[in-house]
Design a protein around this ligand. Structure first.
Ligand SMILES: *Cc1c(COP(=O)(O)O)cnc(C)c1O
Length: 368
């Protein structure tokens, strides 16, 4: 559903050209490997129908989603793409894998058996990825299961093993001891599946050099301008969120703002109210209280702190330092030097959660 600017609390702009530039940057950092694109969770909140084709135009040929519903949406706009479903085999949706040419990432013996049986039924050796767990303990065969599966030779499986992959648990934390262990274990796995392409690296993994590269890299968050390593600046921001001020009010020293009266004015202050709240994915934890500083917005070119708790549909910004602000002036909540990671930090979370939680009530604009 598209929402008109006149009926929305804020305008959310997705910069597809920035996503394309970020894609090319990462592809340039990982030469020798194919650079896929992870577009699960509605392309990290940016919109799979628009972001998918933009990434394809930038050169991406292989895409990863989490659910069959996402694969179906992507297939409609990217007819040529190779599409993998990371969360494995959805047995109620088996037909999709054959009819829409979608590949499951098989992560357990049950899934391998079910998909093998399906391939025998349709008499086609359909392609799939094999997920091997090397330290995440979430999805994937363990090393012994992977060895057993490989024993008759990958050519003798009932499905076509098109990719063997694993996922890094801690690559965003430089120097974490688990990362070299996972890299090492995955080299062993590769040895079990000669001739099958391999994939290890998420965004952070793309910075780890040749040993982590293998044949295909799988960046997600870096494409969308989120922080992917604790010690590195993110790539270009792709999201701008701008909300018109719906009211400006003066509060005297000692007066409080919002639920719980958790913020009191240190002196005569001017407060701007905007129509964005936690129901729009602007997390309540990013609010400001007398004891905790919160996120900021840019108003009239000045970075202004939030004042008080974030409500469901509203938030308050202390614009005392921003000069004369009137109803209708724009407050930039994301963009213009304020990143998704800044809001995440104020809320005690990560940029991924801010992006994937971007609200459904905004007037959405796609910039090319
Ligand atoms: C989400 C995901 C990615 C992408 O991770 P980023 O940290 O966003 O780059 C890659 N591989 C798997 C298996 C994933 O679940």
């Amino acid at each position: 559903m598209t929402i008109a600017a006149s009926e929305a609390g804020a305008r959310l702009t997705i910069d597809l050209a920035a996503i394309a530039r970020n894609y090319r940057r990462i592809a340039g950092m990982t030469t020798g490997a194919e650079c896929a694109a992870v577009v699960k969770a509605d392309a990290y909140g940016t919109g799979i129908e628009t972001t998918g084709p933009a990434l394809a135009a930038a050169g991406a040929r292989t895409f990863f989603v989490a659910h069959p519903s996402e694969a179906r949406r992507l297939r409609q706009v990217c007819p040529e793409a190779v599409i993998y479903i990371l969360n494995g085999l959805f047995e109620g949706a088996l037909d999709l894998y054959a009819s829409l040419n979608i590949r499951p990432v098989l992560g357990s013996r049950d899934e391998i058996e079910a998909f093998s049986a399906f391939c025998r039924t349709v008499r086609r050796r359909l392609p799939a990825a094999i997920h091997v767990d090397t330290g995440m303990s979430r999805l994937g065969l363990d090393l012994a299961e992977a060895a057993l599966l490989a024993e008759p030779g990958p050519q003798n499986l009932d499905f076509e093993p098109a990719l063997v992959m694993t996922h890094l648990a801690c690559a965003d934390e430089p120097g974490h001891i688990l990362t070299p262990k996972q890299i090492d274990r995955f080299s062993q796995v590769r040895g079990l599946y000669p001739g099958v392409p391999g994939s290890l690296a998420n965004s952070a993994g793309c910075t780890l050099g040749a040993a982590a590269r293998h044949d295909l890299v799988r960046p997600g968050i870096a494409l969308y301008g989120g922080r992917f390593r604790a010690d590195r600046e993110p790539l270009e921001g792709v999201v701008t969120l701008a909300a018109p001020v719906i009211q400006v009010r003066e509060v005297r020293a000692g007066e409080t703002i919002g639920y719980g009266a958790t913020w009191s004015a240190p002196h005569l202050s001017r407060i701007a109210i905007v129509s964005v709240g936690y129901a729009d994915g602007y997390l309540r934890g990013a609010g400001s209280t007398d004891r905790k500083s919160g996120a900021s917005a840019r108003v009239n070119g000045v970075v202004c702190p939030l004042a008080g708790r974030v409500s469901m549909d509203l938030l308050a910004i202390d614009v005392t330092e921003a000069g004369l602000i009137r109803r209708g002036d724009l407050a930039t909540l994301i963009g213009d030097g304020i990143t998704v990671d800044d809001i995440a930090e104020a809320a005690g979370t990560i940029g991924y959660e801010i992006l994937t939680g971007l609200g459904r009530r905004y007037h959405r604009v796609v910039a090319h």
